[in-house]
Design a protein around this ligand. Structure first.
Ligand code: HEM
Length: 156
C-alpha cells in the first residue's frame, strides 16, 4: 500500500509542532532509548569515553543524532508519498551503512529506536496523537531503517 498525502501530512504536522522544541524532545528520545535498552549506551563512543555516570544532557552529538533521525524520518515520509520509495543520497547511505556496522548496531536496535521514537512523539504532541499518526511515522521510519539495514549488509 502506498503512502498517502494524509499520512505525509500527519508526519509533517506533528514535526512542525515539535520543531521549536526539537532539542529537548530529541534528548527525551535518547533517554527513552537507553531506558528501553541500557546496553545501547556504550555504542556511542563519546558516551563510552565520558564514563558511566556522565550526564547525557551534555552530549551535543547525541542530540544531533536524535534530531537527524527525526528529520530523516520526515524526509522519508515526503519521499514515500511522492515516489513510493525512500531515497537517501547514495554517498550518504553508504556512509550510514558503514557507520552503523562499525558501531555494532543490530536489527533489534532499530526496533528499540522505533519504539522510543513513537513514545517520544506521543509524549510531545499528545493532543495530536492518533493510531493513524502512529502508523504514518512507523511506516516512514521502517522504510528508512530498511534502506540503512540494506546498506549495512553490503558494508558488513
Ligand atoms: C551515527 C542516522 C539508527 C547508533 C549516525 C549518523 C547519522 C545517523 C546521520 C552520523 C554518522 C554518519 O552520517 O554516518 C541514523 C538514522 C537511524 C539511525 C536515520 C534510523 C533510521 C541508529 C540506531 C542506533 C544508532 C538504531 C543504535 C542504537 C548510531 C551510532 C552512531 C550513529 C553509535 C555513531 C555516533 C558517533 O560515533 O559519533 N546515525 N541512525 N543509529 N548512529 Fe545512527
Amino acid at each position: 500500500m502506498g503512502f498517502s498525502e494524509a499520512q505525509e501530512e500527519l508526519v509533517l504536522r506533528s514535526w512542525k509542532a515539535m520543531k521549536p522544541d526539537s532539542e529537548s524532545i530529541a534528548l527525551s528520545f535518547f533517554l527513552r532509548i537507553f531506558e528501553i535498552a541500557p546496553a545501547a549506551k556504550p555504542m556511542f563512543p563519546f558516551l563510552r569515553d565520558a564514563g558511566e555516570d556522565a550526564p547525557l544532557e551534555s552530549h551535543p552529538k547525541l542530540k544531533a543524532h536524535a534530531v537527524t533521525v527525526f528529520v530523516m524520518a520526515c524526509e522519508s515520509a515526503t519521499q514515500l508519498r511522492k515516489t513510493g520509495d525512500v531515497k537517501v543520497r547514495e554517498a550518504t547511505l553508504r556512509r550510514l551503512g558503514a557507520t552503523h556496522v562499525r558501531a555494532g548496531v543490530a536489527d533489534a536496535h532499530f526496533e528499540v529506536v522505533k519504539t522510543a521514537l513513537l513514545d517520544t512523539i506521543e509524549g510531545a504532541v499528545p493532543e495530536m496523537w492518533t493510531p493513524e499518526m502512529k502508523a504514518a511515522w512507523e511506516e516512514a521510519y521502517d522504510q528508512l531503517a530498511a534502506a540503512i539495514k540494506e546498506e549495512m549488509k553490503l558494508a558488513a
